[in-house]
Design a protein around this ligand. Sequence first.
Ligand code: 6MZ
Length: 363
Amino acid sequence: MEWCESMPKVELHAHLNGSIRDSTLLELAKDLGEKGVLVFSDFEHVILKSDRSLVEVFKLFDLIHMVTTDHTTISRITREVIEDFASENVVYIELRTTPKKNKSIGMSKRSYMEAVVDGLKSINSVDVAFMPHDVDAQSPLNSMSIDNTCNVIPRKRIYVRLLLSIDRRETTEDAMETVKLALELKDVGVVGIDLSGNPIVGEWTTFWPALQFAKENGLAITLHCGEVPNPKEIQAMLDFWPQRIGHACFFEGDNWEKLKHLNIPVEICLTSNIRTNSISSLDVHHFDDLYKANHPLVICTDDSGVFSTSVSKEYSLAASAFGLGKKEMFQLARDAIEFIFADNEIKKILNQVFDSFVTNLAL
Ligand code: 6MZ
């Protein structure tokens, strides 16, 4: 585990509100409990429960959104989530979130995203490079800072890019609004679109126009695909040919063959799949088949707060379940650079970061 923490890592499937710290969630719920907006004891019971079905997880998201969705809180959660990933040596993250509207508090999808960006700007414990045109960020070397005793110490740096999620409860118009917003926010690091939300809700045809528009305008697309058995939808999603897909738990027959043939990278979230009972146990997880077939893969957390995990824990779990050694884990982490949505300049920098780890640790 310690080694997994020390290794540089790339996180490509993390939902902002699902990555909230337990302590923050409880604190926010307590505050609202005191104001009489909710009954804290009911809330606490749900938060502290560790085994949840997929249906229960989406109930939990509704609760989380009740306490998190105001601008100040969104900025705070963004800051904490990035600090947490950086502290375990995640060097590049694509953080995804669903822009929300809430008239009663004057929130629009744009102001929600501005709160996320404010959160990124407010981080000073680590170097956060999220603006594509930030010249300082083009150096792969850590920047330096001076500690209390005047020693110069290297600072951690994390490269952050954002994906805007379309929730499967949304209409075509809502989805289109999110895509247009993403196009307007390219300068603050938005690189793509995700389709997520409760997989038993909504129809692929509702989201297709917005996703197609996003694709035509140069945004990268990742889709939650095959989180429940739905071969027709899986087929339609593969025909769309997204740059990546998340989960891929319920692929069979032709769809499985097609996924491999198209070589679409899969974002694998082991703990999430087990906790939500999408996969009964790690011995039958599709990671093994895909890994052995040399299929492009990336190990991710999904919702590190909701599932009490971290990227390091996910690597450690993969190592013990599928017999990976340090070299294999390092290679897996490094291979993920190829599947990021940021430009080649960032890929070059990340490769240098991984090179320096090899030199230092004589892997
Ligand atoms: C599908 C998921 C998910 O967007 O409010 N989300 N969608 N499958 C999953 N696997 C368990 N985990 C999270 O983050 C929370 C939202 O992300 C999506 C859901 O839409 C959830 O409401 P944001 O930051």
